[in-house]
Design a protein around this ligand. Structure first.
Ligand code: GNR
Ligand code: NI
Length: 167
């Protein structure tokens, strides 16, 4: 088991587009385990491989209160989106920043599990938000990209100042 370092916005590596996983082998299962451990320790409700500088289509999610519902999605694609919801989002790569983002209320997602079995999941509410947030990471998008330019600049300045204080 291992905790992985999480990239911080605006690290340019957060903009990389992840490639499909070609083979679900022990290295992918180990990465998923370490990502889950890192997510739980943070704590967060999701983590995309992009955030730990691995540019493969792998995300872990657990929106339960008691770490009882770990979801590992490999090569996930959203087949359908419906409705809309706007909720406060945060991101482990943008610590201390929270803002409202509009997302689909429901999504249908197709993915491979860690046994390579193709599955389809219908999600709504917070789980649907988290799926959309994580899949955005895999295409190089962070939630702050949806905010105004002014807010993006303020967030960059705030995080740069924080980084100077912690350094
Ligand atoms: O832990 C997280 N919480 C969260 C809250 C609202 C909307 C999205 C999220 S995802 C975030 C973890 C993270 O950064 N995943 O990429
Ligand atoms: Ni995030």
């Amino acid at each position: 088991m291992a905790l992985l370092p999480i990239l911080r916005y605006p690290d340019p590596r957060l903009k990389k587009v992840a490639a499909p996983v070609e083979r679900i082998d022990e290295s992918i299962r180990t990465l998923a385990r370490n990502m889950a451990e890192t997510m739980y320790e943070a704590p967060g409700i999701g983590l995309a491989a992009t955030q730990v500088d691995v540019h493969k289509q792998l995300v872990v999610i657990d929106v339960s209160e008691d770490k009882s519902a770990l979801l590992v999605l490999v090569n996930a694609r959203i087949l359908e989106r419906a409705g809309s919801q706007a909720g406060e989002e945060g991101c482990l790569s943008v610590p201390g920043i929270y803002d409202k983002v509009e997302r689909a209320e429901r999504v249908t997602v197709q993915y491979l599990d860690l046994d390579g079995v193709e599955r389809t999941l219908e999600a709504e509410g917070l789980l649907a938000v988290c799926i959309q947030h994580e899949l955005d990471h895999l295409t190089g998008k962070v939630f702050v990209d949806y905010l105004s330019q002014l807010k993006q600049t303020r967030i960059k300045n705030k995080l740069a100042k924080q980084a100077r204080i912690t350094a």
